[in-house]
Ligand binder design. Structure first.
Ligand code: CMP
Length: 141
């Protein structure tokens, strides 16, 4: 099925100037960018986005990192976009990420791991609505 997913190119990857490389991987694998914006989240906005992780021990570090610099927030659309994006990203911990994945090539650690991607269609809808209204989504489908 055609799905939508939220992708965030995190401050580490923005700082390394690899935005283009990451988007190229999405496009070459059948995903289309249907919305995009660069934002520098506040700590409060970061906490709202990662609310599902609020009870986790790494929550404070996670919010500090994602709000440490500008990020590029994308909505990707395509066949099986949610699992496909996760496959292209590789494992959360770059040490476990398969060769050739975004995290294997660009991530430094489990915290500084280049990209975020929604883990389910349900969470994708929640995450997309955190950043975009329906009018911001330019579906090609
Ligand atoms: P992300 O996909 O953005 O979702 C939550 C983030 O928490 C994750 O990527 C990691 O960067 C970060 N994180 C730090 N420690 C852990 C951990 N032990 N398990 C999962 N995520 C972690």
């Amino acid at each position: 099925p055609v799905q939508r997913t939220l992708s965030i190119i995190k401050p580490d990857a923005v700082g390394k100037n690899v935005i283009g490389d990451i988007i190229r991987r999405f496009e070459e694998n059948g995903l289309s960018v249907i919305a995009a914006k660069m934002v520098h989240l506040s700590a409060v906005e970061a906490g709202g986005f990662y609310a599902v992780h609020a009870a986790r021990p790494f929550f404070a570090d996670l919010c500090a990192f994602i709000s440490s610099g500008p990020v590029l927030v994308l909505v990707l659309e395509g066949k099986n976009a949610v699992p496909l994006n996760r496959q292209l990203m590789g494992a959360t911990n770059p040490k476990e990420a398969e060769a050739g994945t975004i995290r294997a090539d660009h991530a430094d650690s489990i915290d500084s791991n280049a990209v975020h991607g929604s883990d389910s269609e349900e969470n994708a809808a929640i995450e997309i609505s955190y950043f975009f209204s329906d009018l911001d989504l330019h579906s090609r489908g």
